[in-house]
Write a protein that binds this ligand. Sequence first.
Ligand code: PEP
Ligand code: MN
Length: 675
Amino acid sequence: MTDNDRDITQIRSDIDRVDAEIMRLLAERRGHSVRIAHEKGRARRPSRDQIREEDLIADRITVGHDHDLDSGLIVKLWRAIVNDSVRVQQEALGRGEADADTITVAIQGIEGSYSHLASQQFFGARGLEVEAVQAPTFAKAFEAVRAGAAEAAVLPIENTTSGAISEVYDLLLDSPLALVGDIKFRVRHRLLGLEGASLSGIRKVYCHPQAIAQCSEFLASLRDCEVVHFSDTALSGKQITDLGDPSVAAIASEDAARMFGLSVLKAQVANRAENYTRFVVVAAKPIPIPEGVPAKTSVVMGVGNHPGALMDALSVFNESEIQLVKLESRPIPHNPQEELFYLDFEGDAADPATASALDELTRHVRFLKVLGSYPSRDLREAPSADRATATAPTGREKLIAPKHRTDSPSGYRLGSRGHKAANTVVEAGAARLGEDDLVMMAGPCAVETWDQVLDAARAVRDAGGAVLRGGCFKPRTSPYSFQGLGFEGLDMLAEAGKTFGLPIVTEVLSPEDVEGVARKADVLQIGARNMQNFTLLSAVGRTHRPVLLKRGMSSSLDELLQAAEYILHEGNQQVILCERGIRTFETSTRNTLDLSAVPVLRSRTHLPVIVDPSHAAGQRDLVAPLALAAQAIGAHGIMVEIHPDPDNALSDGPQSLTLEQFSELTAALGIPRAR
Ligand code: PEP
Ligand code: MN
């Protein structure tokens, strides 16, 4: 080794030492950045302070001059350092313990699509590189996140020209994923073609349906030109390259042009120059928002079918001084006569003031699902706390529900009078349960034949009944007993209900069947044997159908209320409680009708309470006296089993009333006949 070699080795080790020191200092600097992030979080300040960033770089240039360092180098170096610091702060503020610099993101379409560009913009601002997981449909993109194939999905939800993308709204409603962010992305449509192609020579344009709507004016101006639908904007660009035909063009982004080596034939093709698409970001779990970061929350709600119902729900935001930033309505999938409302408002659902407003909202809606809270760019003061008032019961109500218990029970809350003083009114067709008028529900224990259910339905309607019951999935003690006609029976029941203008109620036995049953049934029944099937309770809690929850035959009222809480907790606020008799030492009746359940429940809960004397008595002679007693004690409704030919019924014949007996019963109860 020469002296010269030795010198170089020494110098290199000096450089290594300095570099190691720089590393240590960079790490120390990053530690300070994280501390700043926490301070900013506490002081509710945004993570980025552009003025401070520019001042800092100017200052470093001056100090660099003192050391004879090139200002170009200083600018480059400190820009990189500052950007890294912003990323670190944003992660500390918004993403918890993120450790990788890349994130897998499911998008509908291929790389270069607007979804891809939007995801790069969204995650790029958080210092993350996007690794795209391509999905052929929006549903598959959701599925990729649910299955763990992607950490997030970015999907378009609305465009300034073409409006809401309904499929994504419907997916948000049904999906267990959380909404964790949104981004308004400026869409710049370009007409792309092969190099050398001319606008006048274009005979065919490949285009995504959304882009067709957004560029309709330009497309209409083209002569002798066919517009072909394409599922993906970027892919339409690729198609042009693959075809190699100069008479074919596509509408896509400039990035797509670059990716597929195409040229821009016309730059401005959208109807409006300001063309924005809002994308939503969904992930498997909500991401907690650090205190102080301004946030937005998105919810879906369903309200009653009566004048003022929407106003009533919206007044909660008004009274809580929460600013609504968006209201969109969509028909309920498979139930298009009714609408669901999608709302965005300022605030984080985890923040106590917002949480209490959402709590108040549950008192005014039929259904509520919080899609998620996520950081928003607009800074505003946190809303003030709300106040809840209780109204005293009056008239008959006062006699039969003597005292509302408003203490805080431990196992249930949403169902308690403490949470909501006024009665919840559950609507099924024209029937309103929870008001003074007694609602009569009747029908066969099980749907057996078309004639049987049709005859029963006619009798229900004629005698003033408001809801048609009928079991299609039967929970039978013995596996050898008739198990019901399943979905085939449900079709008959639904048809019979339609024929006589009656909403239908039927039991659902398993979580897998909930969706299918909810498509057809107006009310979902949870039977006594399933009262503590918590998976089933949660599943019906996610639907938009009222639920008739029967008391388990060995369950306390407290357990019944906690079972109802499972449904309420999932978002569905329409629960009807049903006393149907309990197991006691007494053997003279099938079960013992616990009539005191009615006033006890009415004092503890705002939910409507009905009585089923048929399953309690087990014999038809006892049904009428028990029904009259139920009315007297303040039940909001009565459900009885009837059959055109009880002696030949496939289930519960002995307790089923004949159609004539049913008519006598409704007369005795003073229920007006059908007109
Ligand atoms: C029914 O109503 O058909 C029924 C099976 O009742 P329960 O769940 O109360 O036994
Ligand atoms: Mn029965």
